[in-house]
Design a protein around this ligand. Sequence first.
Ligand code: MN
Length: 438
Amino acid sequence: MSLLNQTHNPDLTSWVASANVAECDFPIQNLPFAIFRRAGSAEAFRGGVAIGDKVLDLAALAALNLFAENLQPALRACSQSQLNDFMAMPQATWSALRLALSQALATGSALQSSIEATLIAQADIEFDLPCKIGDYTDFYTSIHHATTIGSFFRPDNPLLPNYKWLPIGYHGRSSSITISGTDFHRPVGQTKAATADEPTLGPCKRLDYEMEVGIYIGAGNEMGSPINIEQTDQYVFGMCLFNDWSARDIQGWEYQPLGPFLAKNFASTVSPWIITNEALAPFRQAWQRQKSDPQPLAYLSGQQNSTLGSYDIQLEVSLQTANMRSAQIEGQKITRTSFKHSYWSVAQMVAHHTVNGCNLQAGDFFGSGTQSGPSLDQVGSMMELTSAGKTSFTLENGESRTFLEDGDAIIMSGFCVAEGATRIGFGSVKATILPAKT
Ligand code: MN
């Protein structure tokens, strides 16, 4: 079954001219959601949709009463300072609003003159988190990442026996998930050198990034009622870029036997725009499991998952050192991969998370786990890039890195391209490491 509809038509153009420029992240086929206000103002945060280099103010649009009566509740929900109420609405409502926005912003729309005044330049706005994130779950779905990391600890047996049978995950912390641009202090924690008798408390020495895809849950499920893998599209609202910063030295000492704790919960950064699941439809692909690997159990297997379970999202990581910033250099690309290499699909994460009856709620958030492709230039962390800190890499300006230093910023960007579809982008996520507070 095709998930494509008229909103994906590559021939569509917008009367917002900047949306029609090639390589634009936000053409009319994208229409992602964020929470924003004019930068530095005391305005209320409210929902917005990106179009070209502008944002369509959904609170202003709701006040104009231009859309059909049945769409007004959705627009009013988008006028609030968090998108949870809109995300909790049925998939059919998300889709109906997307269609109305597409028609209103399309070249030739009779609504152009009414809507023009509700557009604000993206250069003039600031963002807040798009929703109240209730619970955050971090998965571990890249087999290339899991194999490389596992090989540092267990060279003969890098993958544990459960890896190919279920999407591994743990419960993270949502209070320290922040919006792009929120800088943070290097974490302090307890570490123990292999040669030392006792641990010490001090600034993290092995600070790393993790290139992940963030997945926002919309409509939730009743506790006790698992979500069928064939119906997960009714629950997945959209995706973003996600940097799940990690303190590798703190993790190494603390993680046994219960798993990650303070090494992971000091900061995680999301990109501002939620690219809706519907906008991603043209970039979905067949999800396949190698014949030589165990085939998933029935609850992790389905027709829709097999034909359209994988998302080809290009993911890029750039490093900007303090010296580069002084020299007004944007940053240097260090790796690039695609979400299509993920061993487990989004649908499988949702089905597995709820198979025990766990209830997901609107605004819940999944991290995909660090996304790494099969080769060294496709890794999603410095831990992999430097073989757990054994090597370093040299940047074009002569500086070198093993792990991240104070003043370093990590910038992640993402986009999707496919034959017969208009390119869409994710924008970017950036944050800078400040010195530890000691
Ligand atoms: Mn993570």
